[in-house]
Design a protein around this ligand. Sequence first.
Ligand SMILES: [Mg+2]
Length: 219
Amino acid sequence: MRTKKQKLKGIIVWDFDRVLFDTDRMVDDNNEIFAKYDISPELIRSILDKANIQEGPFSWALLVRRLKNKKKGVPLNSIKREMQSNLLSGRYVRSEASKVLKNLKSNGFANMLLSFGSPPYQYQKIKKGCGPQFCRYFDETAVTLGKKYLKFRSLVKKFSNIPIFFIDDTNEHLAMVKKHTPSVHTLQYSAQSPLGAVEEWIHEQVQRYDSSGNHSARG
Ligand SMILES: [Mg+2]
């Protein structure tokens, strides 16, 4: 993260799944692959629910272990290869993501990626699924299975004189951040609407922040 505070206009903390990444499309594609091998989405769902995995994304290692027990003779390596090939094609990164991240970065904002999930799996989606250029738009990338709001405590302390934004689709994360660090400007956003609207919202918030004079305005 850059530390020249006077040059930084704001910090944008982005969620990954269903914000910058089309997770639902990936899940649909994966279910199609499973279906070819006679594995129903319901079976996958029940395995994942039982494992108590939140947020939809599955852990491949866990799924393989469970499937091996439940369905004999499933070509797990072929399934994995097909999924990997979809992921590597870059089809799940939101089409506008690069443009919006690049615009904001060149306008003086720092982008930070804060993703919830199992780190090996999330990093695979981020690095392999979105590519090196996408990764370069972020000053920092973090994956956690812990509480997202904890990250904001240090951010708010360190960058007390610039606005901090948090874009996420999950109400639980947003509510906790609002509660524990109320100066953070939060936006509930999901991949259904254009990402350009988020960019506009950020610029509006900055204008308000600047014109409010006192930099303790709540967003
Ligand atoms: Mg999400």
